[in-house]
Design a protein around this ligand. Structure first.
Ligand SMILES: *Cc1c(COP(=O)(O)O)cnc(C)c1O
Ligand SMILES: [Zn+2]
Length: 405
């Protein structure tokens, strides 16, 4: 039997239960107390399910839900000078639908199936919509995706390839997150939203996997992790994963900074135009408040009213980190560096990790001799938003070609 708890007020309930606590904060799955026996290294080939001992549901036997995770942590010395520290990049674009969302969807779908659900849904017009639609198709369950009415044709095509029911919603898209969970529960549709407990559990594995790889290569945990953040669901998972490692004795909360098993500092990065978590951090506030959204090329991290924002900020601070924002020109520059110096094609949203590391190093939050893991949350191959428009080309005739070479 699995238990859901509230980090804020401590309330505990048996699953299945609503994803939010009566106090207003989100719930997450409590990790099995056997976590104390968890050991490095895991079998990375099992992907997300390499960490099955720390997850609330048993691994599936086959199908798409077995295919997420197992992404490489790439050491990229060519980015060190730019970032101001020793950089490794976790390439989450290598997941089945091109983002870390597949880790959370895989676990969320398995929980829904285990609990007898035959219909799932999500509120998303980006990577999460693609991920839930793909996993539902592979599991043979009905899927409803709620998108804003003004969604672009390119995005509709990306989601529509998996043939879910697509509902265009004309109205306040922020409120839809709450309405969908409630109406879905009445109609037997399991909404796997940005911070649903199953998703958060699955998304713990991004950081767990990156840390396992870092440790194999260097014998140590990284000093810092830099994570693009929007709803705060991924960040909540990252913090829960670090807490699990602490509970297993693999992170020592009392270790000297820089020790092999010291707690890595978790830094969250947002786009300056839409930065509710970073603004709360700058105010020294505990509670994240809604902001007026502005335009940014980092469209996947533009939630103005993050449902797990307060929990994400709490988690980052518990590790000694915080939340910051970076402007679009720094994001564009970092995206370009990732491609031209490291050969990595990431979404603009994901490039905020490198831009964020650079800012943190310049401000003395990260030292030059420290190691930093940048989480590149999604692939840049899906859409061209934020791509450089100054691509260099030359045209020559075939006759002139040998001399032009
Ligand atoms: C969803 C997403 C994020 C933000 O994750 P949250 O869990 O909402 O904070 C960041 N990058 C990419 C590419 C995403 O798809
Ligand atoms: Zn509570």
């Amino acid at each position: 039997m699995s238990t859901l708890t509230c980090y804020a007020c401590g309330e505990t309930v048996e699953a299945p239960a609503p994803p939010r606590c009566p106090c207003g904060e989100p719930r997450w799955y409590e990790t099995d107390p056997a976590v104390a026996e968890f050991e490095w290294p895991v079998d990375l080939a099992a992907g997300t399910w390499a960490f099955a001992d720390l997850l609330p549901v048993a691994p599936p036997a086959d199908g798409l839900a077995t295919a997420s995770g197992g992404t490489p942590l790439v050491r990229t010395p060519a980015l060190d000078e730019y970032a101001g520290a020793a950089v490794s990049v976790a390439d989450e674009g290598r997941n089945p639908t091109g983002s870390f969302k597949d880790r959370g969807t895989a676990v969320g779908i398995e929980i829904a199936l285990a609990e007898g659900a035959d219909a799932v849904g999500t509120v998303s017009h980006g990577n999460m919509a693609m991920s839930v639609a793909a996993h539902a198709a592979a599991a043979g369950v009905e899927c409803t995706v709620c998108v804003p009415d003004d969604i672009s044709a390119e995005r509709i095509r990306n989601i529509g390839r998996y043939d879910p029911r697509i509902l265009r919603i004309d109205g306040d898209y922020g409120r839809l997150y709450y309405d969908a969970i409630e109406a879905g529960a009445e109609r037997g549709i399991r909404f796997i939203n940005s911070d649903s407990p199953g998703r958060v559990a699955g998304q713990k594995t991004t950081v767990l996997e990156a840390l396992d790889q870092h440790r194999r290569r260097t014998g140590e945990l990284p000093d810092a992790i830099v994570l693009p953040s929007s709803s705060g669901g991924h960040a909540s998972g990252a913090y829960k994963g670090l807490s699990d490692l602490r509970a297993a004795g693999l992170i020592d909360p009392d270790a000297e900074p820089g020790a092999a098993d010291a707690m890595p500092r978790l830094y969250l990065v947002q786009a300056a135009a839409c930065a509710p978590i970073a603004e709360a951090a700058a105010r020294g506030a505990e509670t994240v408040e809604r902001v007026e959204p502005g335009e940014t090329i980092a469209y996947s991290i533009a939630n103005p009213d993050p449902p797990s924002g307060t929990r994400a900020l709490y988690g980052a601070r518990e590790t000694g980190g915080t939340a910051i924002f970076v402007p679009d020109d720094a994001i564009r520059e970092a995206k370009r560096r990732l491609a031209t110096a490291a050969g990595l094609t990431v979404e603009a949203s994901s490039a905020t990790s490198l831009a964020g590391a650079r800012r943190l190093a310049r401000e003395g939050e990260i030292d030059a001799d420290e190691s930093v893991v940048c989480i590149a949350t999604g692939s840049g191959f899906k859409e061209s938003v934020g791509d450089p428009d100054d691509v260099r080309t030359e045209t020559v005739t075939l006759e002139a070609f040998p001399d032009a070479l």
